[in-house]
Ligand binder design. Structure first.
Ligand code: AKB
Length: 317
C-alpha cells in the first residue's frame, strides 16, 4: 500500500485523524506533518515530518521519500483568523491547496480537502441548505473554501486526480483545541463549564449552526476516502452534518450534567457577522445516498462524552 500523508496534523482534526488512520493502516503507513513540532501525543507514535504547504519542495520531498498515495490536506487557517489576516489566509489556504494538488498530480496521489459551512454566504438558502446551491461567501475563509472546492473538481475533471472532500460544520472535540474558528465557542463552553461553572459566549444566544462530534468527523473523512468512486456523483464538497443547536440549547444540555452552570453573552461583532452569513442547517442527503454517511453522536451523547473525557483530561472529578 502507498502511504498516507496528513498535513496540519497537529491541528484539531489532525490530532484525531492521524491516530485513527494509524489504527486502521499501521503506524508506519501514516506520515503526520505540520509546521510545528509535536508534543508527546498520538501524532508522534509514527513518522512525523516538517511540511510547509506553501513551499512545494517540502511536500514533494516527503511524498517521494515515503511513496505517498493519499494526502489528507488539513493545513488551513480557520474563519476568524482568516478574517483577521486575509492575505495570509489566501497564501495558506489557497496557495497550500494548489501546491498539494500539483504534487498530487505529479505523483498520482489522492487528495482529501476539508471544505466548510463557511463556503456558503448570506444569500444561500439558510435552512436545510442543499448540496448544490448559491455560494457567494463574504469572508476570506469562505472565498478560499469555495475556490478550493472548485479547484479540486477541476483537478479531477482535467487531470483525473482522485480528489474528494466534505463541507464540515463546527467540530467539537477534547483532544486538541480548535484555533481561530467561529464555532470554537462550542468547544470552549465545555472547558469553562468544567473549570468555572460559567461561560461568556462570543456568539448570541440564538445563533443556530450545524455541529459534529470529532469521532463522526474522522469517520466521515475515512469513509469518503474509502468509498467506491463509482458511487460518487459529487466527489468534492459533500454537505455533512450531525447536530444543530444554538448556544442556549447547548448550555441547557450541559446544565443537565452541571446544574449550576450559567452562560452569559458578550457578542463579538466580527464572529457574529461570520456566523450570521452561514447556514442554520445543512441538507446532507447526497452524502447519505452516495456513500452511506450516518453520524453516531447527537447533542445528548456528545455532551455526555465530552464532559466525561474533558474531566479526565483536566483531572477534575
Ligand atoms: C470555523 O469556525 O472556522 C470552522 C468551520 C465551521 O469551518 N470550525
Amino acid at each position: 500500500m502507498r502511504r498516507i500523508l496528513v498535513t496540519g496534523a497537529l491541528g484539531q482534526i489532525g490530532s484525531e485523524l492521524v491516530p485513527a488512520l494509524r489504527e486502521r493502516y499501521g503506524a508506519d503507513q501514516v506520515i503526520a506533518s505540520d509546521i510545528r513540532m509535536p508534543a508527546q501525543t498520538g501524532s508522534s507514535d509514527g513518522p512525523f515530518e516538517y511540511v510547509d504547504c506553501t513551499v512545494k519542495r517540502t511536500i514533494d520531498e516527503v511524498l517521494r521519500r515515503y511513496d505517498v498515495g493519499t494526502i489528507y490536506h488539513l493545513a488551513s487557517l480557520l474563519s476568524a483568523t482568516a478574517e483577521e489576516k486575509p492575505h495570509a489566509a489566501w497564501d495558506i489556504n489557497m496557495g497550500g491547496l494548489y501546491r498539494v494538488l500539483e504534487v498530487a498530480r505529479e505523483s498520482r496521489s489522492a487528495v482529501f480537502f476539508p471544505s466548510s459551512i463557511g463556503a456558503f454566504g448570506p444569500n444561500t438558502p439558510k435552512d436545510r441548505t442543499p448540496q448544490d446551491t448559491l455560494q457567494r461567501p463574504t469572508t476570506m475563509y469562505g472565498v478560499t473554501k469555495v475556490a478550493g472546492e472548485l479547484l479540486c473538481d477541476y483537478y479531477h475533471r482535467r487531470f483525473g486526480l482522485d480528489t474528494r472532500g466534505l463541507r464540515y460544520p463546527g467540530i467539537i472535540s477534547y483532544v486538541a483545541p480548535p484555533g481561530g474558528g467561529t464555532t470554537d465557542y462550542a468547544v470552549e463552553i465545555f472547558y469553562e463549564a468544567i473549570r468555572n461553572r460559567r461561560y461568556t459566549c462570543f456568539l448570541g444566544p440564538d445563533t443556530c449552526l450545524d455541529m459534529m462530534y470529532m469521532p463522526d468527523a474522522v469517520k466521515a473523512a475515512i469513509d469518503l476516502m474509502t468509498a467506491d468512486p463509482r458511487q460518487l456523483l459529487h466527489r468534492n464538497a459533500f454537505n455533512v452534518t450531525a447536530v444543530n443547536f444554538t448556544p442556549e440549547q447547548l448550555a441547557a444540555e450541559i446544565r443537565k450534567h452541571i446544574p449550576e452552570f450559567t452562560i452569559e453573552y458578550e457578542v463579538d461583532p466580527v464572529r457574529q457577522a461570520i456566523a450570521d452569513s452561514w447556514p442554520n442547517s445543512l441538507d446532507d442527503g447526497a452524502a447519505r445516498e452516495q456513500w452511506g454517511w450516518q453520524p453516531e453522536y447527537d447533542l445528548e451523547s456528545l455532551t455526555q462524552d465530552m464532559l466525561a473525557n474533558l474531566r479526565k483530561k483536566l483531572r477534575v472529578g
